[in-house]
Design a protein around this ligand. Structure first.
Ligand code: 5GP
Length: 143
């Protein structure tokens, strides 16, 4: 069966092109990180390679070094910035796995002992809360 092609009009492609706003916390030549608008917990961040791929399955392997370097930076920053006990890193591939946006991305979520994650793609967070949380992560990335 033929693979589904990459859709250049997916929502993260639009965010990467600056056509849709996002609360960006990090950017380099290969990777961008911004707040998830339907966070599963405070500080839920998405780390996204600029190179187009639908998910991990069709990505060029050269994507993963720069991508996971930033995943680690952001994981450390959310842990410090939110005083978290741990960090969950998640990544979904195709609808059966829970993927809903078809541009490769990694979820980085600060975790607190005894507090479960909210549902995946649950409620929208207020923009002012996302802005405050983004600033905490930027500050932790600077320190
Ligand atoms: P997936 O289900 O594909 O692994 O995750 C997609 C994530 O993108 C979800 O957690 C969802 O909340 C988030 N999301 C969906 N639309 C937008 C959007 O327009 N902006 C941002 N920043 N996040 C989004």
């Amino acid at each position: 069966m033929a693979e589904t092609p990459y859709d250049t009009d997916n929502i993260f492609a639009k965010i990467l092109r600056g056509e849709i706003p996002s609360h960006r916390v990090y950017e380099d030549e290969a990777v961008v990180a911004f707040m998830d608008v339907m966070p599963q917990g405070p500080g839920h961040t998405l780390v996204v390679p600029k190179a187009p791929s639908r998910n991990l399955l069709d990505a060029d392997p050269s994507t993963f070094g720069p991508l996971f370097t930033v995943v680690q930076k952001v994981a450390r920053a959310v842990k410090r910035g939110f005083g978290a006990d741990g960090v969950t890193v998640m990544q979904f591939n195709e609808p059966a796995s829970g993927q809903t946006v078809y541009h490769l991305h990694v979820h980085v979520i600060p975790r607190f002992d005894g507090i479960p994650l909210k549902p995946h793609t649950g409620g929208m967070e207020k923009p002012e809360v996302l802005a405050q949380n983004a600033e905490k992560i930027r500050a932790a990335l600077r320190s």
